[in-house]
Design a protein around this ligand. Sequence first.
Ligand code: ADP
Ligand code: MG
Length: 700
Amino acid sequence: MTHPLAEAGRSVSASRSLDALKGVGPKLAGRLAKLGLRTVEDLLFHLPLRWQDRTQVVPISELTIGEPAVIEAEVLGMETVGRTRQSFLVRVGDGSGTLVLRFFHFGASLQAAMARGARLRLFGEVRSGPTGPEIIHPEHRPADAPADDEATLTPVYPSTEGLHQLALRKITAEALRLLDAVPDLLPAAIAREHGFPDLHAALRLLHRPPPGVELEALALGTHPAQQRLAFEELIAHQLALRELRQRLQRLQAPKLAAGALRARWLAALPFALTGAQQRALADIDADLQGSRPMLRLVQGDVGCGKTVVAAAAALSAVEAGMQAAVMAPTELLAEQHLRNFTQWLEPLGVRVEWLVGRLKGRGREAALAAIADGSAQVVVGTHALFQEGVNFARLALVIIDEQHRFGVHQRLQLRDKGREAGRDGSRCPHQMVMTATPIPRTLAMSAYADLDTTVIDELPPGRTPVTTVAVPEARRAEVLERVRAACRGGRQAYWVCTLVEESETLDAQAATDIAAALMQQLPELRIGLVHGRLRGVDKEAVMARFKAGELDLLVATTVIEVGVDVPNASLMIIENAERLGLAQLHQLRGRVGRGAAASSCVLMYHPPLSEQGRARLGVLRETSDGFVIARRDLELRGPGEVLGTRQTGTLALRIADLLRDEPLLPAVQRAADRLLVEHPNAAAALARRWTGERERYGEV
Ligand code: ADP
Ligand code: MG
């Protein structure tokens, strides 16, 4: 069978560097490089953001204010107006009406081009001027000059400083001449199955759409030409993640089996595992008993009991005489885990150690020593766990909690660290990632193709649903009364102050001010305050008092978002709720409804709400199902944000959109399978084309 890749040898010209193109000198090449464009092929995959229709000449009498248009008209007259800042006005007419061209910068050559009687072809956005329609600084040329930008729609490319659209148009036109040299890597049979055009047709269409093309589909990204490329990109993404997974699975991992210790622990727990927890644990056990590293994502709604499952897994490592590391995204959550793990495991004689960034001096040395000699059997901490100088003696399992806080990039990095952490380079610890932001299965298979997934789809019994209301800031007094009433009735409440800026200091300040005001307004309540600037011990002391019921109201920044567990707390107030994302609000709300009392959550907002803000608060009022919320979050914010890929740029999709293109995903999986078996070379080339060197796959 001959596959297009067999002809790739002839594609030298497409992989040629851009300065081989006519009109590309070192300066332009430098600017293109800023956009990541180095080869002719790169440029051909640099697709327009949008398109302008310059194919239709519009009579002046039919112009629409606010819209760009092409006009053919004759210069009727001109004048220079203004004293200090002069402008040059040219009146043109086409028989149907007249129009003013306004120039703030002008020189002799412009004035020459605008000679009375000259026939011009003009393009620009039409505005309403003092004497009728006008265009400021239109693009212009003599009407009879040849131009190639009018046979097709005009592309507008993503650009960078000093790189003009005209230059991009010119060089993409050059590059398009070499299009045939770009190998079409998707087998024709697969493209045909979906009614996709071939690669060359797709690229040609997107760079230079013919007049009459479905502009609306283009704008939405649903045109078959775009869908074909999105399909390719998703396959590439899928292949790259699978490759990553395969590399890891070539490594050896210690076989871990649960034994008597865990059985004893489970029997001593004050509750029985839910069916969903048992199923998750069975998945994990099966992985741990193999000699390949486990790579498993455990998804489960807030409060479903992931920590217990994590502890059970950690015990398997301990029973095998090895170590487990538990990493949380914040110190507060790490502290919470430490408390749980210590309480659960120390009675069994398991040594639980603790390592966070602020642990310094002797405490740190002792922790490092215990980690290095293996006497620390379970180590709980933050990122600090995987920093320089931390050497595990026998790390067998890495557990990462609250994955939604970490981007894909960090996940890869952690995995590296995890591997380094095992002393022997070919040995890789098992890895388990827990997230409370569940994402739909098809999306998970794409975004986390490097992981197996398990879903905990059941909450422990006895949870009470949380009633959620949205209240404008103006009704603060009522909210205060609610807090007073709840606390008088023996319940406890949270008052969450949300991020003012991306600054922990300002945030802490705002929380401090609010706490002070609340102490005045609710003098009979015992009020505590936690925020990110408090020292760990102080934070912990406040949390402990709240947990012990010595405080009625806890004022906090979003540091309490994850993990905090106080069943008697039944009321949560969230200030400026409109500023937070859905997932975050859902997390916060998950702090209440953990006991038997009916719980509620008050989302305070500053009117007017944006449409998005309204939608977000509405979703929370309507549902407490983490899966529904996650899906709506995806729709409102887009997968880049939700899956944490936007910040790092890694794995950012160029054309595909996981949500819009979700219907393609099952076919993407199948095509990826098929490519790997039937066309492994094309598969590799495709992954390289779309994910390229920007990714770190090769090194992981
Ligand atoms: P999350 O999945 O949000 O991390 P946690 O592990 O913090 O949830 O569990 C939330 C609370 O539920 C904790 O107090 C935990 O002890 C309790 N819990 C966990 N599993 C069960 C169970 N099977 N039955 C009753 N309570 C449970
Ligand atoms: Mg948790």
